[in-house]
Design a protein around this ligand. Structure first.
Ligand SMILES: Cc1cc2nc3c(=O)[nH]c(=O)nc-3n(C[C@H](O)[C@H](O)[C@H](O)COP(=O)(O)OP(=O)(O)OC[C@H]3O[C@@H](n4cnc5c(N)ncnc54)[C@H](O)[C@@H]3O)c2cc1C
Length: 474
């Protein structure tokens, strides 16, 4: 039992996993220019455990043992707050980009434990527990493949033209199952050890084959990863201060007749568990999500204040008004995140974030994120998309011109550095990535509203309204 070093984590990725990038099979993930950068970004979760400043937060001690604090089962609100702080700290070290390789997998494991315990599924629970201990003791990195490719959204899995548009069981053997199909948008898959596969929706009778949850090493025969190049080629640290060093990569994750031994199958043929597993995972994951959005919001607030000063507009009435809105938005998300931990529900000794409040935190974040981007863009001005490159800045001929003409209330070097940060956060590839993440990742805005509606207990408000109207509550 223990924690791995970043080097051990990266070395563990040198196996025969099947990863494609820009049409080419990747030989060794850590050596690949783009995937390697993403893997080194993921290694931040391991670096924190080594850093004396963060060790207390990142490493949990239980008796004589110690393991990564991500694997610590939260028992109360304080533990959930500590988990949130760890996720926020790691994301800050990742320059506003979530690390995710331990965050999301532990969300899935805690959710599976809850669903199987509630349903008294002793076999499934035993398998989840054994898998959890293995991951914890070996300090493994995990991805979660939940979102199916889904085909025609108006049709159920069993109604699709091609039954593989949702991952399904195609064969059962004495020693395990064989699965086929594809998941999409799976974060970090090329540079983790294991992938946990969950259903993405509720299932009905007749949809037993699609009602399956399991875990499989990424380097398993038949697991084929097709990596997105969306964040490809950030090579100018002057204009892209974040994405030249930090990157997360998603895959189309294909299961081409993959054998999964029984001890790795958490449930199968259980339409009654599919929806519960899907929902319980996202409920836990949205708390993680809002925790890792906080550094991004702080960065936007800080950049908004700084650029207002750099442009000499910080005393203008409309600027104060915009900054007040921005601060209020960010602090509302932070406050709701803390409240989701404080209002936690403890079940079988495990603390789960409050469902209504974490969804409200995530919805508040997502609903107004584009307005926050608009606000900092408004304060920054047009140079976000018309400004000079790093090569201009390095040029002895060009730089004096820039220094003379692009100064504001701050000198040009400081003003451009802040403009370039805002450009990265709001107008360039990384900004677009974060903007799309806000709308879709960890569930869409509609999914959050639906979860809030389901979780809200109208009793108190309804009774008060009846009482004020002089009506009986019958
Ligand atoms: C950067 C990024 C990282 C991600 N990482 C992961 C990950 O690690 N693991 C994972 O499993 N997933 C991941 N996701 C997936 C994420 O949760 C999904 O993007 C999200 O669930 C939306 O799914 P979709 O992209 O298929 O869009 P869709 O579900 O197709 O949504 C598009 C629109 O259609 C609507 N819609 C969809 N179905 C219906 C319907 N039946 N009736 C009416 N309206 C409908 C939606 O509300 C939305 O407005 C990630 C996504 C992103 C963008």
């Amino acid at each position: 039992m223990g924690v791995r070093t970043p080097e051990q984590f990266l070395d563990g990725l040198r196996d025969d996993r099947t990863v494609y990038y820009r049409g080419q099979r990747v030989k060794a993930v850590p050596d690949h220019p783009e995937l390697g950068m993403a893997a080194r970004h993921a290694a931040i979760d391991f670096q924190l455990a080594e850093n004396p400043k963060f060790r207390e937060l990142a490493v949990y001690r239980e008796g004589g043992d110690e393991y990564s604090a991500y694997y610590r089962i939260p028992r109360n609100a304080k533990d959930l707050m500590a988990r949130s702080k760890l996720i926020e700290t790691a994301t800050t070290a990742g320059a506003t980009l979530v690390i995710l390789v331990k965050e999301i997998g532990t969300d899935a494991l805690f959710a599976l434990q809850r669903v199987l315990a509630r349903n008294g599924d002793v076999t499934g629970l035993g398998r989840v527990d054994a898998f959890y201990r293995k991951c914890r003791d070996r300090d493994l990195a995990l991805a979660v493949a939940q979102t199916d490719v889904k085909g025609d959204r108006s049709k159920r899995p069993s109604e699709q033209k091609d039954p593989d548009l949702y991952v399904r069981v195609v064969e059962k053997r004495h020693d395990g199952i064989v699965v086929r199909g594809a998941k999409v948008h799976t974060s970090c898959t090329p540079y983790v050890d294991e992938v946990i596969v969950l259903p993405s929706r509720t299932m009905g009778l007749g949809e037993e084959a699609w009602s399956v949850a399991f875990a499989i090493p990424v380097a398993s025969p038949g697991v084929h990863l097709y990596a997105s190049d969306y964040l490809h080629g950030s090579d100018d640290p002057f204009t892209r201060p974040i994405s030249t060093n930090h990157k997360m990569i998603e895959t189309l994750t294909v299961f081409d007749n993959v054998f999964v031994p029984w001890e790795r199958v958490f449930f199968v043929d259980r339409p009654d568990l599919a929806g519960a597993a899907a929902l319980t995972f996202v409920e836990f994951h949205r708390f993680t999500a809002v925790s890792y959005k906080l550094p991004l919001l702080d960065a936007l607030v800080g950049a908004g204040i700084a650029i207002a000063r750099a442009n000499g507009i910080d005393h203008a009435g409309h600027v104060r008004d915009k900054l007040t809105w921005l601060v209020g938005y960010a602090e509302t998300v932070r406050g709701l995140t803390e409240l989701a931990a404080l209002r936690c529900e403890v079940e079988a000794g495990v603390a789960y974030p409050h469902v209504f409040t974490s969804n409200m935190a995530k919805w508040t974040f997502a609903r107004d994120f584009h307005k926050a981007l608009e606000t900092v863009q408004d304060l920054a001005g047009g140079l976000l998309v018309t400004g000079p490159s790093g090569m201009d800045w390095e040029s002895a001929e060009v730089r004096p011109v820039l220094e003379k003409y692009l100064q504001g209330a701050w000198p040009t070097d400081r003003r451009l550095a802040m403009l370039n940060l805002i450009g990265e956060l709001s107008t360039r590839l990384y900004g677009g990535y974060q903007a799309l993440l806000a709308v879709h990742a960890e569930g869409s805005i509609e999914a959050e509203k639906l979860a809030m509606f389901r979780a809200y207990d109208p009793g108190r408000a309804f009774s008060l309204a009846l009482q004020l109207a002089g009506l009986k509550n019958d």
